[in-house]
Design a protein around this ligand. Structure first.
Ligand code: PEP
Length: 257
């Protein structure tokens, strides 16, 4: 089912304390949250692990859902420093990012592991947001479609159709993340359409979000693209007003949908 989703990935930013409390309170009471909710848009924020329980408590009763930025592929056990989907769920999260390019790059996560994490997420009661995206070198080499299909099908082979059907995809070109250089509407539509076709060939139809330098300035243009169902926002999600402005663009796009 296609439904609009706007998620904010705070990455390793914010720390527990008064400034986080102020930011969360401003977000919880932001009028854009309520407007987005009334327009049927799912709003998610992904704080660092240590703040998930606090942010979840502060957001209780609002329309904001909480996501983890990662989870382990096992439920429990001898995995020092890891966090399970069950622990995230018990702390108030209902969503989780898996396979973000920063984890593929820094923690060497491959497609099979991403598939396992998606399984663990669904088992633990979380909806996975499975991230895919090509590097600049891959785009320049003209292999973007192959890379994306490989990432999707590699994870799907492990996770299976049912887990994928309960997931969301985020297309995040690596070269667009944190660079200020978002994909053009043509580039985004081309890959989103490709993702939809790859998923359709496996009998899966799920929302496909765009991520990579989404800002209040470009959100409206990106949201108006046919095969885009929302956004995964990094830097611009750290300020309640800029995240709110992106939610307003989503609301303006999908309010009559
Ligand atoms: C992200 O890391 O998921 C992301 C899209 O970051 P940014 O919006 O800052 O490019």
């Amino acid at each position: 089912m296609r439904r609009p989703i706007v998620a904010g990935n705070w990455k390793m930013n914010t720390e527990p304390g008064p400034s986080l409390d102020a930011m969360v309170s401003a977000l919880a009471h932001h009028p854009s949250i309520l407007r987005a909710h009334h327009a049927g848009i799912t709003v998610i924020v992904a704080p660092p692990f240590l703040s998930i329980a606090t942010v979840a408590q502060s957001m209780h009763g609002t329309a904001v859902h909480i996501a983890g930025q990662n989870c382990h592929h096992e439920e429990s056990g001898p995995y020092t420093g890891e966090v399970s989907a069950q622990a995230l769920f018990a702390s108030g999260a209902t969503w989780v990012l898996v396979g973000h390019s920063e984890r593929r790059r820094d923690a060497y996560e491959d497609d099979a592991l991403v598939g396992k994490k998606a399984v663990a997420a669904v088992r633990g009661g979380l909806t996975p947001i499975i991230c895919v995206g090509e590097t600049l070198e891959q785009r320049t080499a003209g292999i973007t479609h192959n890379v994306i299909a490989g990432q999707l099908l590699g994870a799907l082979a492990i996770a299976g159709r049912d887990v994928f059907a309960a997931s969301v995809i985020a297309y995040e070109p690596v070269w667009a993340i944190g660079t200020g250089l978002a994909a053009t509407p043509e580039q985004a539509q081309d890959v989103h359409n490709h993702i939809r076709n790859v998923l359709a060939s496996a009998g899966v139809s799920i929302p496909v979000l765009y991520g990579g330098s989404v800002t209040p300035e470009n959100a409206m243009e990106l949201f108006s693209i046919e095969d885009i169902d929302g956004a995964l926002v990094g830097g611009a999600s750290l300020k309640p007003d800029s995240f709110g402005a992106i939610l307003d663009a989503a609301e303006a796009t999908w309010r009559v949908a």
